[in-house]
Ligand binder design. Structure first.
Ligand SMILES: C[S@@+](CC[C@H](N)C(=O)[O-])C[C@H]1O[C@@H](n2cnc3c(N)ncnc32)[C@H](O)[C@@H]1O
Length: 284
């Protein structure tokens, strides 16, 4: 895609960058597994102070402690961490002796996890694949999906993932994940930024047009990235925002029972104004 057509600006493409896209409209280029972006993501995962690609090291410690205690994670358990990134949670889980499988479709993150986690913890394994294609049968006691990844999926993909997780879990197995709630709604906005020395999306100069849109049950961020030669990429990220009823019925429809819902995966109690849910769901 190019914003310059026959030596002129393509006004329709510019208008598209500024208007609210149809919900769940696909990106025109890669995100997690793009060569350059995945390097930015990995650096962000590994920065212990920043809550961007992963949470801060302090939060990760509080969450892994909570999950390990809640599930009584030990050497007899098998855990699958979906969207494991560079293995920050997997490393903590592995210290219990449990057998951990981390799955992520960022090759760069999986390579990092192999080098820095599997090298020390032989009870871990890391697989570079799309977790929507998860294909195990009654293999795991615990499945985790952490940092609101569930919300970025369309309802169709959420159902597909839940069906695959259900099949992959042993009887009474549990699925632990977090979502953002309706309380977190931001507002519609447009911003245009110039990165003349490159930035998160590209090492070369570019313009970023960010259109934030609000839908009935979701928020969406559309990034239109325009390079100096007019080459244009559009990356769209959505978050479905859940209420208690919606997440409970989605889980029940997929044969899970809600065991507990907390404010977060540190086990803090839920309040009416919680912007996030940390959810423990049991295979029914
Ligand atoms: C926000 S990061 C969170 C990483 C990790 N859970 C953490 O909190 O440190 C999301 C991760 O999910 C991975 N991911 C996103 N969609 C995926 C998919 N469909 N299949 C496999 N991995 C996916 C990304 O590559 C990225 O590493």
């Amino acid at each position: 895609m190019n914003i310059i057509k026959d030596n002129k600006l393509d006004m329709e493409a510019l208008k598209d960058a500024l208007k609210r896209p149809e919900i769940w409209k696909q990106s025109t280029s890669k995100f997690w597994d793009d060569e350059y972006i995945s390097l930015q993501m990995l650096n962000s995962h590994l920065d212990p102070e920043i809550e961007a690609a992963s949470r801060t090291r302090e939060q990760i410690e509080a969450e892994t402690n909570f999950i390990i205690n809640y599930t009584d994670m030990n050497g007899n358990k098998r855990v699958v961490d979906l969207g494991c990134g560079p293995g920050l949670y997997a490393r903590e889980f592995a210290k219990t002796g449990a057998r951990i499988t981390g799955i992520d479709y960022s090759e760069r993150s999986i390579n990092y996890a192999f080098e820095h986690v599997k090298s020390t913890y032989k009870n871990t394994d890391f697989i570079n694949m799309n977790y929507l294609d998860l294909d195990y049968n009654e293999s795991f006691d615990i499945a985790t999906l952490i940092f609101y990844d569930f919300c970025v999926l369309s309802t169709k993909d959420q159902n597909r993932l839940l069906a695959n997780i259900h099949r992959a879990l042993k009887s009474n197995g549990i699925f632990i994940f977090d979502v953002v709630t309706e309380n977190r709604k931001t507002s519609e906005a447009t911003s245009i930024l110039v990165f003349d020395k490159g930035g998160f999306w590209s090492p070369e100069p570019y313009i970023e047009i960010l259109k934030t849109s609000i839908y009935e049950e979701a928020e969406g961020m559309q990034y239109t990235i325009i390079a100096e030669d007019g080459t244009t990429r559009v990356i769209r990220l959505y978050h479905r925002l859940f209420g208690l009823e919606a997440i409970t019925s989605l889980l029940n429809d997929n044969h899970f029972e809600v065991e507990r819902i907390y404010k977060n995966l540190q086990g803090e109690p839920l309040g009416e104004d919680s912007e996030t849910f940390g959810i423990i769901a049991k295979k029914a």
